[in-house]
Design a protein around this ligand. Structure first.
Ligand code: A3P
Length: 286
């Protein structure tokens, strides 16, 4: 398998392995969203699996047996992949579904449904660093020799799922809908318990204190790192080289400070300001 094959679908890059144009078109135009679907929508490397775990635990009243026994890609399939779509279509309702799709490629039937979307955003500087390390182990992503090379591609949007800026701005246009909830990775980190309660409230699922304690405990970095159903060690070698890194890498905010030079950080800030002008939301990193 070549590690560098991407294709563009409507201007957005996707890895050639595991995703194809037909699936993307089906997902966008034909996939029937159900009112009881819960979507975990995330730009890559922003906490997709963390939110999958949190949602899986909440939906099971804090009981960890589901997240300990069913691989994350089965209980929260990634809809735009060939395998994920197949799983999503056969999972019984109520379904939990993950996606990295920008709003313009998301299932059209969502717009007239009551399905819920939780959109998680992370400081793009940390997304960049996480992407850099993940690309060393994920064979279907292009690997970069230096962070500088990836930085240029990232800021131009030449990466899987397209530009971070466009992805975030697109989804934020939906944020005032009753069935869309925006969360940040940083809030999850600063106050996981409070965040879990807010997610429960959004889902209309009130848990008692011991149940919330169990969600918080089982969604911790260490618990997920030790859980082979969540730490992606089950992904086959054809897709992931487990000798080259760990999916559960550091799980912290601000790691970019250990990686970006002053010049890179200034460039990032400039591009960020240019792109995020007029966005009506303050993020924890602003
Ligand atoms: P790092 O590479 O910075 O460690 P995604 O699931 O979208 O690919 O995101 C992966 C990032 O989320 C990785 O970041 C990973 O460590 C982090 N992550 C996953 N589970 C986490 C948890 N329970 N707590 C904190 N970070 C978590």
């Amino acid at each position: 398998m070549s590690s560098e094959d991407y294709f563009a679908y409507k201007g957005i890059l996707f890895p050639t392995q595991g995703i194809n144009e037909e699936t993307l078109s089906y997902v966008e135009n034909d996939f029937q969203v159900r009112d009881d679907d819960i979507f975990n929508v995330v730009y890559p490397k922003s906490g997709t699996n963390w939110m999958s775990e949190i949602l899986g635990l909440i939906r099971n009243d804090g009981d960890p047996s589901l997240v300990r026994n069913v691989p994350v890609f089965e209980r929260s399939p990634w809809i735009e992949t060939d395998q994920g779509l197949e799983t999503a279509l056969k999972n019984p309702p109520p379904r939990q579904i993950s996606s990295h799709l920008p709003i313009q490629l998301f299932p059209k039937s969502f717009l007239c449904s009551k399905a819920k979307v939780i959109y998680t955003v992370r400081n793009p500087r940390d997304v960049l660093v996480s992407h850099y390390y993940f690309s060393k182990m994920l064979k279907v992503w292009k690997e970069f020799g230096t962070l500088e090379e990836l930085l240029q591609e990232f800021l131009s949007g030449n990466v899987p799922s397209g530009s971070w800026f466009d992805h975030v701005k697109g989804w934020l246009q939906m944020k005032d809908r009753d069935n869309v909830f925006v969360m940040t990775y940083e809030e999850l980190q600063q106050d996981l318990r409070g965040s879990v309660k807010r997610i429960c409230h959004f889902l209309g699922k009130e848990l008692n204190d011991p149940q919330i304690d169990s969600v918080v405990e089982n969604a911790s970095f260490q618990k997920m790192k030790d859980n082979k159903m969540s730490n992606l060690t089950m992904i086959e070698e054809a897709y992931m080289d487990h000798k080259k890194g760990k999916f559960m890498r550091k799980g912290i905010s601000g790691d970019w400070k250990n990686h970006l030079t002053v010049a890179q950080s200034e460039l990032f800030d400039r591009v960020y300001q240019e792109n995020m002008q007029g966005v009506n939301m303050t993020f924890p990193w602003d």
